[in-house]
Ligand binder design. Structure first.
Ligand code: UT7
Length: 325
């Protein structure tokens, strides 16, 4: 019998501190940094984002999201035999956030590791977990995106600091004799490193280089709209499906204009696009599983729906996953 990987539960976590655009305007004004609710909403679709408190780490948000996902799947930590965390904001340089998460969930022994593909991280993590489950290496995985981008933001740079937020999303991915994940498609092109990066690094007990996020927004925007259409068409072709088979498009939540542009290129009605960027901002690797969990809990996404998940981000990286939920 053919072996597939299927999502059996979703979960998410947003830190309690919620900042509206008006809160950002008030926070930035004393620094002489001017922005407005109108500009942020019109250019990005963002209305609010969540920021963690001091002392909270990516593994904490991930643990809450995983507990919800396992409850939804009717499973317990002791049944998990693989954990993959997609993050660019790990708790430590090493060990992996996945190792710290594993211990917080009270389990030991199963393989755990992080995936670093910035905003495409969850798509990469799901692709790897799918392959490990189909090969028989794992049977029940936690696949997580967890980010604390607020700690990377330069609050003197209005072109980036209003865009990002913190959060986590998780899924339980299980072996199944019915699909499940239908096809995956991942890519990267490292020549674009400079358009979206945090260039600093740790050396000799110090941070060398700038440890804050840098982005050439227009360059990222242009690349994103092109590659998102390409990967959507590629993953559909691999699965032998067409855009009319898609019930929901769940894209990386960076900018409503990019999401709508992708939908239009695929001739998908805009009401088939799951949108959470307005309430979460861009949560990097967490944005897709967060959006998925919200759509499931709001009754938008239902069992049996065909979902197209799509990510794009630093690296440059991009990719998509087509699945039957
Ligand atoms: O997660 C990875 C993927 N990331 C993305 O997909 C992000 C892709 N890029 C974008 O979403 C958009 O490029 C941005 C939202 C970052 C910027 O939008 P834009 O329409 O490309 O704006 P722009 O950079 O062309 O700036 C337009 C104007 C500039 O003023 P001038 O030069 O025309 O006078 C900026 O200085 O808007 C100004 N501006 C702002 N004004 C008020 C930039 N940021 C702000 C701000 N508030 N926060």
């Amino acid at each position: 019998m053919k072996r597939y990987a299927r999502i059996t539960g979703t979960g998410s976590c947003l830190p309690p501190q919620r900042l509206t655009n008006a809160d950002m305007v008030a926070m930035l004004a004393p620094r002489g940094v001017e922005t407005s609710d109108d500009w942020i909403v019109e250019r990005t679709g963002i209305r609010a984002r969540h920021f963690v408190a001091d002392g909270v780490y990516a593994s904490d948000l991930a643990a809450d999201a995983c507990l919800q996902a396992m409850a939804a799947a009717g499973t317990v930590p002791q049944d998990i035999d693989l954990i993959i965390v997609a993050t660019s904001t790990p708790d430590m340089v090493f060990p992996s956030t996945a190792a710290i998460l594993q211990h917080k969930l009270g389990i030991a022994g199963c393989p755990v590791f992080d995936v670093q593909a910035v905003c495409s991280g969850f798509i990469y993590a799901l692709t790897v977990a799918d392959a490990l489950i189909r090969s028989g290496t794992a049977s029940k995985a936690l696949v997580v995106g967890s980010e604390i981008f607020s700690r990377l933001l330069d609050f003197n740079d209005r072109t980036t600091c209003v865009l990002f937020g913190d959060g986590a999303g998780a899924v339980v991915l299980e072996a199944s004799d019915t699909p499940g994940i239908l096809a995956t498609d991942i890519h990267a092109d490292g020549k674009h490193t400079g358009i979206l990066c945090v260039p600093g690094h740790v050396s000799g007990g110090q941070i060398l280089g700038d440890p804050l996020l840098k982005m050439d927004g227009q360059a990222v925007f242009k690349l994103a709209v092109g590659v998102l259409e390409d990967t959507a068409r590629a993953v559909l072709a691999k699965a032998g499906k067409t855009t009319t088979d898609i019930d929901w498009l769940i894209p990386h939540q960076a900018n409503i204009r990019i999401m709508h542009s992708t939908a239009r290129k695929l001739r998908l009605p805009l009401d088939k696009v799951v949108v959470t960027v307005d309430q979460h901002g861009n949560t990097s690797a967490a944005s897709i599983p967060l959006a998925l969990d919200h759509a499931v809990r709001q009754g938008q996404v239902k069992k049996g729906d065909t979902l197209m998940l799509e990510g794009v981000g630093g690296g440059f990286t991009w990719g998509s996953v087509l699945l039957d939920f």
